[in-house]
Design a protein around this ligand. Structure first.
Ligand code: MOS
Length: 696
């Protein structure tokens, strides 16, 4: 429903996605769909050794092929400047840290010629024995200082070991989450155009943040940031894999500068598993101790994970256990081992997604051991303050989510599992949590004499509806109808803004947009007579006002319910229905929010049942390299999914009162499904995904 002119009703309305028509009619242009005149095409050459050094690189046959412009190798590629991400130091030395690491780049007049040239490059390696196998007792596993997100790797309160041995009821379980890949619909791509005359590089990149890409390119290519424009206008998903600059954009820009012509590099999907990060596999040991009434007395969550040889990334899977339940004696800790594997990175709810699978499965096992309803068990262990820090919660409505979800789902005490012919039917529940993150941002708002407004911020819309929600925030602060507001984003020429990550985009950009529009409203109020021809503007910078830390513990919470049908003949698990209830502050747009929640729940369904990247121990690569082998849910796999939320008023967040919603929907979803499978079958499976071979 359109808001009344002049009244601040845009926020909270189910405004449709602004770029929807462009996307479905194919007029929205993605990074690989910009083709400057004279554009060349690049195709990288991945290493075929898992560990070693390049000893020779013969490009003679490749450069002799028709249409080939050249082949860049570590011997002759331009020297890059320094940047703190070693995965971007491409073609700078001969070391091969993992299979799939790029050792050369072919550039040609057509994509086909570039691909043929890449295939004709002859590379010899001096290889050593490689190790790509994660084990909990790996001799080189160590406890890092910090895990992803800057969380301390190790936290301990009281004496959990003693508390565990003296607890009347105990569970001690290990869980395994496979490596997973983000696999956005749009593979990573960049088009780089070097303008020699104006000494300016323009890059269209599929990225979650244009400003961070520009900063990396400036440092690596030894240019100033003013020499570079990065555009990320439309992005076909990222899920974290486009949250940091990736090799394709560095290679495209390097080649454009070197060959003095536009260069396009669109990664084939088969390159993604080794090139743009993955969710590292996690091995979990969770021990819980409780009294007979269900009160937790002890908890340990110990996570072992892998990283690469070149960069330490530690999936912070034990961190959510610091937030969830009141437990006096507790240890949460991570160990990591550097293997000859591609560098892991962010994938939707890094840490929380695998961590809450383990913790919420263990809670279900404890509920079974105690004979207590699993909803009730969680309710009984609600903490008065954040368990690890002792800080008060800014708001915490987990119990409301559990109760409301139970009512909507028809969970009246856990129903008995049932049998329908060859099918076993079971139900499961799990909780969800995701932190409230925010970063400083800038924005500008401009009032035109014709009554229209332009809001500028280098936000990125990765398919979430960011454009739409930012327009709503602006319209609300400007007291103007939504259709009078245009939002410009996805361009480094716009005011500096943080990346779309950590479910922090709307809070971060929206805060600056709100402030700029509020300032503009004040200016307009004091302006008398018609606006000058150039209009009126106001800017905002939330660096002083957007606190990244708070005296309050700020998290979103949720509850998932699932009903599954397990085929006793084939071992196939079908999810019949899923229902999630979330407490995530004020919901700014119910249409795009529901889409975020449901999309993440579907991703959790994939994590539970089908998604899995297999590390081949002999070759050292992930064997699933396309969507035919890496099974994301298809429509037939996705049942009736409902996402609901409770009205949450939290004054400790931002001017909009919102928490992030992009990631919490995946957190706990796989546990709810796993718990339902265990309920149906009476057997507990502790390794994802729950494929038929494991279920039978
Ligand atoms: Mo998300 S994994 O923070 O891009």
């Amino acid at each position: 429903m359109p808001p009344d002119p002049g009244s601040p009703t845009a926020l909270g309305s189910p405004a449709p996605r602004r770029e929807g028509r462009e996307k479905v009619t194919g007029t929205a242009r993605y990074a690989a769909e910009h083709t400057p005149p004279g554009c060349a095409y690049a195709w990288p050459v991945p290493a075929t050794a898992a560990r070693g050094r390049v000893t020779s690189l013969d490009t003679a046959a490749a450069t002799a092929l028709p249409g080939v412009i050249g082949v860049l190798t570590p011997y002759d590629a331009p020297r890059l400047g320094t940047w703190d991400d070693p995965t971007l130091h491409l073609l700078q030395d001969l070391r091969v840290p993992h299979r799939g690491w790029y050792v050369a780049l072919a550039v040609a007049h057509t994509p086909e010629d570039a691909r043929a040239a890449a295939a004709a490059v002859r590379v010899a390696y001096d290889t050593g024995p490689h190790d790509v196998t994660l084990r909990a007792d790996h001799p080189h596993a160590y406890t890092p200082q910090d895990a992803n997100g800057g969380h301390p790797a190790h936290r301990e309160h009281g004496d959990p070991d003693t508390a565990l041995t003296t607890a009347p009821v105990q569970v001690d379980c290990t869980y395994t989450v496979a490596p997973l890949h983000n696999h956005p619909m749009e593979p990573h791509a960049a088009t780089a155009d070097w303008d020699e005359e104006h000494h300016h590089l323009t890059v269209h990149d599929s990225s979650q943040g244009a400003h961070p890409v520009r900063a990396a390119l400036a440092a690596l290519l030894k240019l100033t940031e003013d020499d570079i424009t990065v555009v990320s206008e439309h992005v076909g998903g990222g899920f974290g894999s486009k949250g940091t600059p990736r090799p394709h954009v560095v290679l495209a820009a390097m080649a454009a500068l070197h060959y003095r012509r536009p260069v396009k590099l669109a990664l084939p999907r088969a390159h993604l598993p080794a090139t743009v990060g993955h969710r590292a596999p996690t091995l979990h040991r969770v021990r819980l101790g409780a009294r007979a009434d269900g009160t937790l007395t002890a908890l340990t969550h110990e996570v072992t994970t892998h990283t690469s040889r070149i960069r330490e990334f530690v999936e912070q899977a034990a961190v959510p256990a610091r937030v969830m339940y009141a437990v006096p004696d507790v240890r949460t800790t991570h160990r990591v081992v550097a293997l000859d594997v591609p560098t892991p990175s962010w994938m939707r709810a890094p840490g929380e997604a695998p961590g809450m699978y383990a913790l919420e499965s263990a809670m279900d096992e404890l509920a079974d051991a105690l004979g207590i309803d699993p909803v009730e068990l969680r309710v009984r262990n609600e903490p008065p303050t954040e368990p690890d820090s002792g800080r008060p919660f800014s708001s915490r409505h987990l119990v409301d989510c559990l109760r409301d979800g139970a009512r909507r789902f028809g969970w009246t005490g856990r129903p008995r599992p049932t049998r329908e012919g060859p099918f076993l039917i079971g139900t499961g529940v799990a909780a969800a949590t995701y932190p409230v993150l925010v970063s400083p941002s800038t924005a500008r708002a401009h009032a035109r004499p014709d009554g229209h407004y332009l809001v500028e911020v280098d936000a990125t819309d990765i398919g979430t509806g960011a454009r739409t929600v930012l327009a709503q925030i602006a319209a609300d602060a400007l007291h103007t109808p939504l259709d009078t507001v245009t939002v410009a984003l996805g361009h480094t020429g716009l005011p500096d803004a943080p990346l779309a990550g950590g479910s922090s985009g709307t809070a971060s950009w929206g805060w600056a947009v709100h402030d700029a529009c509020t300032a503009l409203t004040a200016r307009l109020r004091h302006h008398h007579g018609p606006l000058p021809a150039e209009g009126l503007s106001a800017s905002a910078d939330t660096t002083p006002s957007a606190p990244q830390t708070s005296p309050y513990a700020r998290h979103a919470f949720g509850a998932h319910f699932a009903e599954v049908r397990v085929d006793t003949v084939t071992g196939e698990v079908r999810v019949r229905r899923m229902l999630g209830v979330f407490a995530a502050g004020r919901i700014l747009n119910p249409r795009t929010a529901r889409s975020q929640f449901k999309g993440a729940m579907v991703m959790g369904l994939g994590m539970a049942l089908t998604e899995h990247s297999t590390m081949d121990a002999a070759f050292g690569d992930f064997t699933e390299s396309d969507l035919a082998a890496y099974h994301v849910p298809a429509h037939a796999d996705v049942p009736a999914i409902e996402a609901h939320w409770i009205d949450e008023h939290d004054t400790h967040l931002n001017p909009m009162g919102s928490k992030g919603i992009g990631e919490i929907g995946i957190v706990g979803a796989a546990a709810a499904i796993g718990n339902a499978v265990s309920h149906a079958t009476g057997h507990r499976l502790r390794e994802l995904p729950l494929t038929p071979d494991r279920v039978l």
